[in-house]
Design a protein around this ligand. Structure first.
Ligand code: C5P
Length: 212
């Protein structure tokens, strides 16, 4: 079984993906990490983020062993990822990595921006997570402060809105819900509530299938 979770920055889709994967004993891929890793390679080299040839080369040399680097989670790398990920050539290189991950048994949860629309259009369950940008900014600010980073909530909100805009309006694989995705608005849910709502969606889809 493949579960696709898409949604904007700081919507909680990563945590949700991890928790759903643990619940079903599936593997989990936070696909944002891939784009962040490509961006970090360019940042480390002092390269221009719009240098497509370098970004493609970085995508071809992706090293999953480095996906746990905490620097990848920073806002600066996230912003840079949003720039490199707009390149169709970079996305193209990363498609097979993601599809191979999705295809391996016993099942997988992938979260990102285009999983239900481009990477796994035949996913068994698609969930599109949304939350009020103000709520997302609040959560992201608290997370950053918990890590000991200084964070200004107004700046975090401005960053989230800028990133949403860029992700939604790019020509290749824009952020949008697949027509058959189930919408999950977690603005007023805590993590446990969001996980329960997602499990309900998966179980409803499974039950519907079994009746066919
Ligand atoms: O989800 P996360 O904030 O880690 O993603 C960082 C950036 O990577 C996003 O703003 C988006 O531009 C890009 N991304 C993408 N497609 C994905 C996952 C992330 O374009 N499947």
């Amino acid at each position: 079984m493949i579960i696709a979770i898409d949604g904007p920055a700081a919507s909680g889709k990563g945590t949700l993906g991890k928790r759903l994967a643990a619940h079903y004993h599936f593997r989990h891929l936070d696909t944002g990490v891939i784009y962040r890793a490509v961006a970090k390679t360019l940042l480390d080299a002092g390269a221009d983020l719009t240098d497509e040839a370098r970004a493609v080369a970085a995508a071809m040399e992706l090293d999953p062993e480095k996906f746990g680097d905490p620097v990848l989670k920073t806002q600066a790398v996230g912003d840079a990822a949003s720039v490199v990920s707009a390149s169709p050539r970079v996305r193209e290189v990363l498609v097979s990595f993601q599809r191979q991950f999705a295809a391996e048994p016993p099942g997988a949860v992938l979260d990102g921006r285009d999983i239900g629309t481009v990477i796994c259009p035949d996913a068994d369950v698609k969930i599109f997570v949304v939350a009020d940008p103000v709520v997302r900014a609040r959560r992201r600010t608290l997370e950053a402060r918990a890590r000991g980073e200084a964070a200004d909530e107004a700046l975090v909100l401005a960053d989230i809105l800028k990133r949403d805009e860029r992700d939604r309006n790019r020509a290749t694989a824009p952020l949008k819900a697949a027509p058959d995705a189930h919408l999950l608005d977690n603005s007023h849910l805590d993590i446990e509530g969001g996980v329960r709502a997602a499990i309900d969606i998966v179980e409803a889809v499974r039950a519907g299938r079994q009746r066919v």
